[in-house]
Design a protein around this ligand. Sequence first.
Ligand code: 5CA
Ligand code: ZN
Length: 482
Amino acid sequence: MVQIKREKWSKRFGEWYRKVLINAEIMDYRYPIKGCGIWLPYGFKMRRNTLQILRDLLDATGHHEALFPLMIPETSLKKESTHVKSFEEECYWVTHGGTKPLEIKYALRPTSETAIGPMLKLWIRSHKDLPLKLYQIVSVFRYETKATRPTLRMREVSTFKEAHTSHATFADAEEQVKEAVEVYKGFFDALGVSYKITKRPEWDKFPGALYSIAFDMICPDGRSLQIGTVHNLGQNFSKAFEITYETEKGNQEYIWQTCYGISERGIAAMLAIHGDDNGIVLPPRIAPIQVIIIPIPDKDKGKEEAIIKACKDVAVNLKKAGIRVEVDLRPDVTPGSKYFDWELRGVPIRIEIGPRDLEKNEVTVARRDTLERKSCKIDNIETAVNELMEKITADIRQKAWQWMEQHICRVNNLEEAGKLLKKRAGIIEVLWCGNPECGHKLEGEVNARVLGVPQDIEEKIDGKCVACGKKAKDLLRAAIAY
Ligand code: 5CA
Ligand code: ZN
């Protein structure tokens, strides 16, 4: 691990991130296909804990996990015209079975509306079948043309949670959008990730949607990252796939649909926002190892065995309390190197036990996020660890939100906006008349991206559009986006 000093960290975020993924054994990105990576065992455990939070949130709100096929026949993908127009070029196509060309080629799913459509048509008969809320966690494939980056922009997005819901009315679909936003808030709050919620402009909504709502975070380099989206699909797909239901009055109506997705970018956001010079910092709920215990060798050797025993005893007690704990007993590695290894991997709490600790019936507890150390009575260690884990969770979340608030810039002229965007100061907020052209002016020469109109603040709009000077209707957010 090359040490990157704090003041340089933000400028070298890309480099830091790439190194941390491989050195902390999260993902190996050297696979011979671009945009594909391997979740290494440590990263995979972290991923599993993350997904558990998401599954729990979805299951608790009446969603059901399912699994649809990877391949989508071209005939299905083509049914919704705006959808196919956007995804056709982004699909990987299966054209052969062995050496024989297929009559109908198959797309590897870039997302699954068109895989699910034909099945909903079979399943949904009456209003009693609605709402139907399904999700799956799978790989999707997108032939991304923008620069691929590990976990941030994959071609095999291997941790794609997509939810697809069907409803009887537009109002029900609107309610579902709200529920989805709440679920995602809960998810990112659990990871301690700070975010802004914005309605994407017309020109940047999901292909086939009525509108799209997005969660964006701000990376340490000041660029924004879209970490989740919620779409109201209206009846676009149900009309294309002829998915109807019988109403209570006996009429046939098209269903209303929503979909929402989160990927490994959610994990990336968590690593990016909490990380520091020493490596990653994991929220205790996510950490595969929550506590690492390190014996400090006794120079006089007299207490060596007692120290090892104390380490093991503490581990047993913590394990009994449901805490994920390990003792680092590697014989030829110095404590300093052990600290380095586990700090890099983001283990929230380190417990050191040395001869002097033992004499006082104490241990030394170090927290990963602040690197602070303090002594703690051995008897009460489970309670102390549990309390500290809660404190770490709350503190890193608060720090992440502070970072976010420090990087929201309200400006009232285009030059200033351009300057700040160029400097990657974060997310810019300006007043806007609603005209797309004025939005594009903000994107300007700096190649920024309009994120859209805020959904997380309510404010009376009073003033003029930064681009044209006409009466403003909304706030508009923009950033240099990943
Ligand atoms: N069908 C909808 C909802 S599931 C859909 O596909 N929406 S999406 O295109 O916006 O993708 C959902 C989320 O996946 C995005 O908000 C983004 O955070 C993430 N995502 C999209 N493309 C990639 C990619 N190439 N690599 C990593 N994550 C991605
Ligand atoms: Zn304007």
